[in-house]
Design a protein around this ligand. Structure first.
Ligand code: MLT
Length: 268
C-alpha cells in the first residue's frame, strides 16, 4: 500500500495496474480490503485500480479537519485532492459501494468533468428519514462509548445474503474483523455525516456520464426494487442484478460483479 498526504491527513490506498484509472470507494464501516477480489479480477495493463481507505477508516488516520463529522461532500473533496496528488488528470471511473455511492453522488455533483463513468453499487440516492438519522447519531455515540462491538452485532447480519452467512463463514469472519478493527472516531464522524447527507433523487436526471448500477439480489439495505428505480432515473444507465449476493455483492459474488464491470468498462 502507498500513502499520500491530502487535506492534512494521510490517505492510504492500493494501486494496481495501468491506464484507465478506476477508483473503488468502500462502504461503511469498512475499508479498501472489501475490494480485494475485484482488484485481483480487474487490475491489469488496461485498467488501473485505485482503492483508498477514506479518512478515519482502515489505515488512514482521522486527520486534522476535526473528528466530529465527515460529510459525504468532504470525502468527495478528499478524493479529488488525492487524485490531484496522484497527478491523475484524466477522467476516472468512480465506483462506490453504499456510503461510497453517497460519496459518488457528491463527487459527480462537484467534479463531473473528472468522471469517465460511474458505478453505483448497493447504494441509494435518498436521504435518511428523521428516525434513520437519529439512529445514526445514536450509533455514533454508542461506538464512541463502547467501541465497535455493537456495530458488529447490528450491521453484520444485514450486510450479507442469508446464503452467504450459511455457506461462507470465512467471509463473515473477514467482515467482522474489519469492523472490529475500525476507528470508533472515524466511524462516529462518518455516521454523523451520513445522517446529514442530502436527498440526491432529483439530481439523478443530471448525471451525464455512462453509469452502471449494481445490486445484490438479496440486498437488505439497498433493495433491488429501489436500485431499479435509481437506474431508471439515470439516462442510459445499465443495471446488473447479482445473484447469490446481498449488500456486499462485490465480496459475495465477485465473478458476477467483475464480469459486469469489465463489460461496462469495455463499452465506455
Ligand atoms: C454501507 O454499506 O456503506 C452502509 O450500509 C451505508 C448505510 O448505512 O447507509
Amino acid at each position: 500500500m502507498n500513502s499520500l498526504t491530502v487535506h492534512g491527513t494521510e490517505i492510504w490506498y492500493a494501486d494496481r495496474g495501468t491506464e484507465q484509472p478506476v477508483v473503488l470507494v468502500h462502504g461503511f464501516p469498512l475499508d479498501h480490503t472489501m475490494w480485494a477480489e475485484l482488484i485481483d479480477a480487474l487490475a491489469g495493463p488496461a485498467t488501473r485500480i485505485l482503492a483508498p481507505d477514506l479518512r478515519g477508516f482502515g489505515r488512514s488516520p482521522l486527520g486534522t479537519i476535526g473528528d466530529a463529522k465527515f460529510t459525504m461532500d468532504q470525502f468527495a473533496d478528499d478524493l479529488a485532492a488525492w487524485l490531484d496528488a496522484l497527478a491523475i488528470r484524466e477522467p476516472v471511473v468512480f465506483c462506490g459501494l453504499s456510503m461510497g455511492g453517497y460519496i459518488a453522488f457528491q463527487f459527480c455533483r462537484k467534479y463531473a468533468a473528472r468522471l469517465r463513468g460511474l458505478i453505483l453499487c448497493d447504494t441509494k440516492a435518498t436521504a435518511d428519514t428523521p428516525e434513520g438519522a437519529a439512529a445514526r447519531r445514536d450509533t455514533a455515540e454508542r461506538v464512541l462509548r463502547e467501541g465497535t462491538a455493537p456495530l458488529i452485532e447490528g450491521m453484520l447480519p444485514k450486510l450479507l445474503a442469508e446464503s452467504t452467512v450459511r455457506q461462507r463463514p470465512e467471509l463473515v469472519e473477514r467482515l467482522r474483523r474489519t469492523i472490529a478493527a475500525g476507528n470508533p472516531q472515524g466511524i462516529a464522524a462518518a455516521a454523523r455525516g451520513m445522517a446529514e447527507r442530502p436527498d440526491m433523487t432529483a439530481a439523478l436526471g443530471q448525471i451525464r456520464c455512462p453509469t452502471l448500477v449494481v445490486v445484490g439480489q438479496h440486498d437488505a439495505i439497498s433493495p433491488p426494487a429501489e436500485m431499479r428505480r435509481l437506474a431508471a432515473a439515470i439516462s442510459g444507465a445499465k443495471l446488473a442484478e447479482i445473484p447469490a449476493a446481498g449488500h456486499m455483492a462485490p465480496m459475495e459474488n465477485p465473478v458476477a460483479v467483475s464480469g459486469a464491470t469489465r463489460e461496462f468498462l469495455a463499452g465506455i
